[in-house]
Design a protein around this ligand. Structure first.
Ligand code: 16G
Length: 165
């Protein structure tokens, strides 16, 4: 079951059927021209990148085998409308365990209310479990805490710290 037992979905929604005219699939190079960056810019500073920069970065990610970047495409418009990424981090601790990180979860404002956020987070959380991560973590804005709690995420005793450059 790809959805956590605490999250309820419309029975019409699943990874293979994310909604009318929508397809859930891994990111591909051509998505640069399908508004991938426009979606990312709804989360934070997406920046201006050349096709070469995008391709080099994407190749690096694919080669590592540890990046799972998924997108939802509106096939009628040929546009990306949502994305999320799972990154697998390799540890020495916990008997050389793996830890998952969920990053860049964004649903375009034109597609809000279609449960795409739920779909993406459920799929990647389950994938991290399938890949035998001992935990999967994410950082989010305080307003999104309740959303992530539905998938089994909880605030930890640890404080999230950062040093920005
Ligand atoms: C949110 C994102 C994180 C992203 C960050 C960008 C989720 C669950 N979290 O915290 O992945 O990297 O925003 O913000 O999607 P920044 O530009 O301030 O680093």
């Amino acid at each position: 079951d790809w959805s956590s037992n605490t999250v309820s979905f419309s029975p019409l929604i699943s990874p293979s059927q994310p909604g009318e005219g929508l397809v859930l699939r891994p990111l591909c190079t051509a998505d640069l021209d399908r508004g991938f960056y426009k979606v990312l810019s709804q989360l934070t500073v997406a920046g201006d990148v050349t096709e070469e920069q995008f391709k080099a970065n994407f190749e690096h990610m694919k080669k590592s085998g540890d990046y799972y970047v998924i997108v939802v495409e509106d096939t009628n418009l040929g546009q990306i409308v949502a994305t999320a990424t799972l990154i697998i981090e390799h540890k020495f601790i916990h008997a050389c365990a793996k830890r998952g990180r969920i990053e860049e979860v964004v649903v375009s404002d034109v597609c809000r209310g279609k449960q795409l956020g739920k779909l993406l987070v459920s799929a990647l959380t389950l994938l991290s479990k399938k890949l035998q991560c001992y935990k999967v973590t994410l950082e989010c804005a305080p307003k999104n805490v309740e959303f992530y709690k539905k998938f089994g995420y909880s605030a930890s005793d640890e404080t999230y710290m950062q040093c920005r450059f």
